[in-house]
Design a binder for this molecule. Structure first.
Ligand code: AQP
Length: 333
C-alpha cells in the first residue's frame, strides 16, 4: 500500500530480445493495473548480469525494454517506469534480506537449477541469490500484487516467506505481496521443444518468437513449430506442441479452446499454424510501430528513465530507512 493506494510491481530483464512469452505472460497485462494501482515497472538490469552480457547489447536492450513498456501501453505519467541500477536501494535492501533468506530455500529454486545447468561454467553467487534481489525489488515498494508469468511464481512465493519472516521479527515492516498470473498466456512454451518454456536467451532463434520479429519471420517460425503426427487440432494430453499453439492463439484472439477446435475441424495443422502466425503478427504490428517511434527519441527515453528513478527512489528510500531503523542501524542525516 502506498499513500492509500494498492501497489503493483513487476520487472523484465534486458537479457535478450523480448519474446511473446514475456509479452503475453507479463508486459501486455501491466497496463490493466494502472487505473486501480500505483504501478512500478522496472527494467531489471542488475538481474541480467547474473548471466554474462555483452555490455553494448545490455545497454541497447535496456533502452529497448523501456521503449517496449511504453509501446505496450504503459503511460509514464500513470506508471513509474525505471531502470533497476538507477535506484541503489534495491541492492542495499537485497543485502539485508540475504541475511533473512535460508541457503536451503535458495537451493530449491527451479530457475537456479535450470540456469546453473545451462551456465555450468558460471554458477556465480548472484545467480544463486537472484530471488533475494527480486524480493528486495518487490518489498521496497510495499507491493500488493506482482503480475508475472508462471515461471516467476516460485520466486514471489519465496519473497512472501522472506517478508513474513522479517515481519515476525520486526512487525509491520513489509506488505506481503500476491503473485498474479494472466488468465491466458502465463506460460508459453518453446516452438522447438514444447515441454520447455520459451525464453529470450534460447540459442535457437526458431524456438522463440520475438515481439519485434517481422510478419514473415513470425509466420515462418510458427510454420516450423514442432507438433505431432496426429492431424486434428484439439487440446489433449501429450499434444504439447498443439496445446502451446492453441494457448498462443487463445491469448491473441480471445477464442476458447472449444471455439478453436471447431474453427479448424477438418483442416490440417498447416492452416492452423498459418492462422496462429497471422493473429500473432497482427497483434504485434501496432506495438512494433510505437516501439520504432519511441526508440527514435533516445533523449525522451533518458528523460523518462531519470523521472522514473526519481519517483522510485523516493518510495524505496522510505522503506529502506524504515528497515534500517528496525534493525538498529545508526542513521545520521
Ligand atoms: N515463456 C513465458 N511465458 C509466459 N511468461 C513468461 N515470462 C518469461 N517467459 C515466459 C515472464 O516474463 C516476465 C519477465 O521475465 P524475466 O525477464 O524476468 O525473466 P525470465 O522469467 O527468466 O524470462 P526469460 O524470457 O526466460 O529470460 P531469460 O532467458 O533471460 O531467463 C516474467 O514475469 C516472466 O514470468
Amino acid at each position: 500500500m502506498f499513500q492509500d493506494q494498492l501497489v503493483s510491481y513487476s520487472g523484465v530483464q534486458p537479457s535478450g530480445n523480448l519474446t511473446i512469452g514475456n509479452y503475453l505472460g507479463a508486459i501486455r497485462n501491466f497496463s490493466s493495473y494502472s487505473e486501480k494501482y500505483k504501478c512500478f515497472y522496472c527494467v531489471v538490469d542488475s538481474h541480467a548480469i547474473t548471466v554474462r552480457q555483452v555490455p553494448a547489447d545490455l545497454r541497447r536492450r535496456t533502452y529497448e525494454t523501456l521503449a517496449l513498456y511504453m509501446a505496450c501501453g504503459l503511460d509514464p505519467e500513470k506508471n513509474t517506469l525505471y531502470v533497476q541500477s538507477h535506484v541503489h536501494e534495491h541492492t542495499d535492501l537485497a543485502w539485508i534480506l540475504n541475511c533473512f533468506t535460508m541457503f536451503g530455500e535458495l537451493s530449491r529454486m527451479t530457475q537456479f537449477k535450470d540456469k546453473s545447468a545451462k551456465h555450468s561454467d558460471n554458477i556465480n553467487a548472484g545467480l544463486f541469490t537472484y530471488p533475494v534481489l527480486m524480493a528486495s525489488d518487490i518489498l521496497l515498494y510495499q507491493t500488493d500484487v506482482v503480475p508475472v508469468g508462471i515461471d516467476q511464481k516460485q520466486h514471489v512465493e519465496l519473497c512472501r516467506d522472506i517478508a513474513n519472516r522479517f515481519n515476525q521479527l520486526y512487525p509491520d515492516t513489509f506488505t506481503v505481496p500476491e503473485p498474479i498470473m494472466a488468465k491466458s498466456g502465463a506460460k508459453i512454451m518453446s516452438l522447438a521443444e514444447p515441454t520447455k518454456k520459451m525464453s529470450k536467451s534460447d540459442e535457437n532463434a526458431n524456438a522463440v518468437v520475438y515481439i519485434l520479429d517481422d510478419k514473415d519471420t513470425i509466420i515462418r517460425k510458427f510454420k516450423r513449430a514442432v507438433t505431432d503426427s496426429d492431424t486434428c487440432v484439439r487440446y489433449a494430453e501429450g499434444k504439447d506442441g498443439i496445446n502451446n499453439l492453441m494457448t498462443v492463439y487463445n491469448a491473441f484472439t480471445g477464442k476458447t479452446f472449444d471455439e478453436i477446435e471447431r474453427e479448424f475441424e477438418g483442416k490440417g495443422y498447416g492452416d492452423f499454424k498459418m492462422a496462429v502466425g497471422e493473429a500473432c503478427a497482427d497483434a504485434l504490428a501496432p506495438v512494433q510501430q510505437r516501439f520504432k517511434e519511441f526508440m527514435a527519441d533516445k533523449a525522451m527515453l533518458e528523460a523518462q528513465m531519470k523521472k522514473g528513478a526519481e519517483e522510485a527512489s523516493y518510495v524505496a528510500r522510505r522503506t529502506l530507512s524504515k528497515v534500517q531503523k528496525k534493525l538498529g542501524f545508526v542513521q545520521v542525516r
